[in-house]
Design a protein around this ligand. Structure first.
Ligand code: APR
Length: 232
């Protein structure tokens, strides 16, 4: 029998227990920075070195962090399911936990991108990206991050994954940031949707199951129930 398809839509809450702070739980500030000053094209145009320092700091945090039980449980689902992780997170903790298909909607902190050709993406070998670091075409490199006010190019591909899912798990995201938040609406109506979050998330319906817990507790519970279900 064909393996069922699971899509996991993850957000900052999944990495919170690895020590990477969520943004909206900290009063709308990221490590004391306003979004407008560090995560917008305008910030980059006004003070690129400040923006680079902010992402250097987040890159250092990412490099020190390790995957937690939620990342590992998501990876374990691959034992019996076709799993696609669609994450809003820019860290690489899903990959390090062993997930093989991870789509980063909002970019990746461990990569840089040419300011001349957005398709020219290079891995970053160290924690810092500096003003003056150039792409092979000779233009400044920027963090490979989708900033507020920029298009999210992977949305159509992500929507197609959700539309083809047998089950959708929404974990650790407040669903406040569009267009990512709108992805849940691509799930066919009769398919089940599980929400794992310690706080209320605005999703309702006959096929919505809510697990009010931390990702590191709720995700392993759900994954082991599903793995048992298919091995029974
Ligand atoms: N386990 C599960 N969920 C948690 C945990 C935890 N341990 N701790 C916090 N959460 C939940 C919060 O209750 C909240 O619903 O994680 C969610 C985090 O929400 P946001 O901070 O809004 O993060 P996210 O939804 O990923 O944000 C989307 O906005 O910050 C920008 O571009 C950034 O990709 C990010 C996007």
């Amino acid at each position: 029998m064909a393996r069922q398809r699971i899509v996991v839509l993850s957000g900052a809450g999944v990495s919170a227990e690895s020590g990477l702070g969520t943004f909206r739980d900290s009063g709308g500030l990221w490590e004391q920075h306003r979004i407008e000053d560090v995560a917008t094209p305008e910030a980059w145009a006004t003070d690129p070195e400040h923006v680079l320092r902010f992402y250097d700091m987040r890159r250092e945090q990412t490099l020190k962090a390790v995957p937690n039980a939620a990342h590992r449980a998501i990876a374990a689902l691959e034992q019996a399911f076709e799993v696609d992780v669609v994450t809003q997170n820019i860290d690489d903790l899903h990959e390090r936990a062993g997930s093989s298909r991870v789509m980063h909607l909002h970019g990746e902190i461990l990569k840089a991108r040419s300011t001349k050709d957005p398709d020219l993406i290079v891995p970053l070998n160290g924690p810092s990206l500096r003003w003056g670091d150039r792409c092979p075409l000779g233009s400044q490199l920027r963090p490979h991050i989708v900033w507020f006010g920029e298009a999210v190019p992977l949305i159509p591909e992500a929507a197609a994954l959700v539309a083809g899912a047998d089950r959708l798990v929404v974990v650790g995201t407040s669903l406040q940031v569009y267009p990512a938040a709108g992805l849940v609406h691509y799930l066919p109506q009769e398919r089940s949707l599980w929400v794992i979050d310690p706080h209320p998330v605005p999703l309702q319906g006959p096929h919505v199951h809510t697990i009010r817990s931390k990702a590191s507790e709720g995700m392993p519970r759900l994954a082991s129930a599903w793995l048992q279900e298919v091995s029974a």
